[in-house]
Design a protein around this ligand. Structure first.
Ligand code: PEP
Ligand code: MG
Length: 576
């Protein structure tokens, strides 16, 4: 029967493209450390000192790299790690333990590190408590060096690899050397998880949610996979390898052909023009959006400015980041979303309590309306940056009119403050909200009177409407954008906005799915915002369709009873 089925893997197609390359398995294994007695104490201490030296050299390298690629702020964390390493209290305690108890360096180090972590974690001062994480990181690095376990540094990969990981953290993806990463395959995650979104913005192919791929692949295995379909092979046969090489050439040719659409408008054959914009997480991502012909930024997720660090970004740092994006985009619209932390995105220094239902908890605008100090700093930075381009401010996770009014009241206070200080800001920027909670969709007619625009956040809207956790791969099959309830909800939101004379965009992952573009167009969506790598494919779909026909199709499609029937109907309609 079919060749190579035993080494095939298949899960969620998270980022398009074909990857062929050697695997690098990137996992955080539990270190198994047991206590042994040692005869040669001097030799054991020497081993420990060597591990310190190796760790120091590695940390200095990582620090330099981070400084160059990410700036002083992000690099500071590695400086803190070096300081832990240079603390004589730590090294003396380990050496004394080795001497007095005649035990192996690994065990002595582990005990001392655990003791330090316990002390720091029990401190009253929040800043000191956070140092526990630094000690844990440095301790793990030293232990690995002692045990001869390879430490993979994604920032300084020297050869091209396919990354095989359980999951990738925001700091992994932020520091990795993108030029050497041919693709990602991960155990966990779905289309809207952080890793998937990052893969699309880095424009590397990815498959996520493979459950156990890290235990099936060994370093150096050859991996081929197709990120459009979510299928791949470990150590493929000659025949399959050839098949993927051909696919790769074909895909690259297709991408080249799309390039002619780069500077073209996104306009249907019967003249309906929409805007296709890009989603970004950092100012660096603007480049990819422009290179792919993005007509604006439909979502700048500012929370990445706050993540991977030990303290809040200052007004000045935020101002610089927002200004950079606005200037790079010229007069093209840039929607900057205010802080959307909580849920799947944590901020250790905010010390948020553990919650039973973080997605339904203290997050996003709820935090901002409570911690107005944080919110005001961000709004000040945004307003100051507003004179450098075409800014639109957007509030996330709005569930009621009261929240919009409260946020706008704070915005007014910030304006008054800036007026008083004679600080310049634009007087004409738009303020909009994300519609990602069903309650907001239902009262869209009322909300539309209070704001300038809506942007539909389908990643959350789907999870809240269908009660399906967007992060849980066990119930991934229920996370269904074609669900008639979702499409009807979208229609309702668009109609509410249009009836009030407001425009409506979409910045959830649904906007960048070419299979959904026809129905979203037909339902009247004005702006589609997506990962840079999806822009040209979506433009191609739009430019080949008739708006009138898609309107008729969409009105019929939302009456089909199942997601599959909706899907089939859309496919049939665009072929005919
Ligand atoms: C969404 O919920 O659709 C969205 C765009 O926001 P995030 O994915 O950041 O929650
Ligand atoms: Mg959201």
């Amino acid at each position: 029967m079919s060749k190579g089925v035993h080494n095939m893997f298949k899960a969620t197609a998270a980022s398009p493209g074909i990857a062929i390359g050697k695997a690098l398995v990137y996992t955080e294994e539990e270190l198994n450390i047991s206590k042994t007695t040692v005869e040669d104490i001097d030799q054991e201490i020497k081993r420990f000192e060597n591990a310190i030296e190796t760790t120091k050299t590695q940390l200095k390298d990582v620090y330099e790299e981070a400084l160059e690629k990410l700036g002083a702020d992000k690099a500071a964390i590695f400086e803190a790690h070096l300081m832990v390493l240079e603390d004589p209290e730590l090294t003396n305690q380990v050496e004394n333990k080795i001497k007095e108890e005649k035990i192996n360096a690994e065990f002595a180090l582990k005990e001392v590190i655990d003791g330090f972590i316990a002390i720091f974690e029990s401190m009253d001062d929040e800043y000191m408590r956070e140092r526990a994480a630094d000690i844990r990181d440095v301790g793990t690095r030293m232990l690995k060096n002692l045990m001869g376990i390879e430490i993979v540094n994604l920032a300084s990969l020297s050869e091209e690899v396919v990354l095989v990981a359980h999951d990738l953290t925001p700091s992994d993806t932020a520091t990795m050397n993108k030029d050497k990463v041919l693709g990602f395959v991960t155990d966990i995650g779905g289309r809207t998880s952080h890793t998937a979104i990052m893969a699309r913005s880095l424009e590397v192919p990815a498959i996520v949610g493979l459950k156990d791929i890290t235990s099936k692949v060994k370093k150096g295995d050859i991996i081929v996979f197709d990120g459009n379909e979510g299928i791949g092979y470990i150590n493929p046969s000659e025949e399959i390898l050839k098949e993927f090489q051909d696919k790769k050439v074909k895909y690259e040719t297709y991408k080249k052909e799309l390039e002619i659409l780069k500077d073209k408008p996104s306009i249907t054959i019967d003249g309906r023009q929409v805007e296709i914009a890009g989603n970004i997480g950092t100012p660096k991502d603007v480049e990819g959006v422009l290179a792919n012909g993005g007509e604006g930024i439909g979502l700048y997720r500012t929370e990445f400015l706050y993540m991977n660090r030990n303290d809040m970004p200052t007004e000045e740092e935020q101002f610089e980041a927002y200004k950079k994006v606005l200037e790079a985009m010229g007069d093209k619209p840039v929607i900057i979303r205010t802080l959307d932390i909580g849920g799947d995105k944590e901020l250790p220094y905010l010390d948020l309590p553990e919650e039973m239902n973080p997605f339904l908890g203290y997050r996003a605008i709820r935090i901002c309306l409570d911690r107005t100090d944080i919110f005001k700093t961000q709004l000040r930075a945004l307003l100051r940056a507003s004179i450098y381009g075409n800014l639109k401010i957007m509030y996330p996770m709005i569930s009621s009119i009261e929240e919009v009014r409260a946020a706008n009241k704070i915005l007014d206070e910030v304006k008054t403050e800036l007026d008083r200080e004679n600080v310049e800001y634009s007087k004409s920027f738009e303020v909009g909200i994300m519609i990602e909670i069903p309650a907001a969709a239902v009262i869209g007619d009322l909300l539309a009177k209070e704001v300038d625009f809506f942007s539909i956040g389908t990643n959350d809207l789907i999870q809240y409407t269908t009660a399906v956790d967007r992060m849980n791969e066990k119930i991934n099959y229920l996370y269904e954008p074609f669900h008639p309830a979702i499409l009807r909800m979208i229609k309702m939101i668009i109609d509410h906005a249009h009836n009030a004379g407001k425009w409506v965009g979409m910045c959830g992952e649904m906007a960048g799915d070419p299979k959904l573009a026809p129905i979203l167009l037909g339902l009247g969506l004005d702006e589609f915002s997506m990962s840079a790598s999806s822009i040209l494919t979506t433009r191609k779909v739009i430019t080949e369709l008739s708006y009138k026909e898609m309107q008729e199709m969409a009105n019929k499609a939302i009456n089909f009873p199942t997601a599959n029937e909706v899907k089939e109907f859309i496919e049939k309609s665009i072929k005919s």
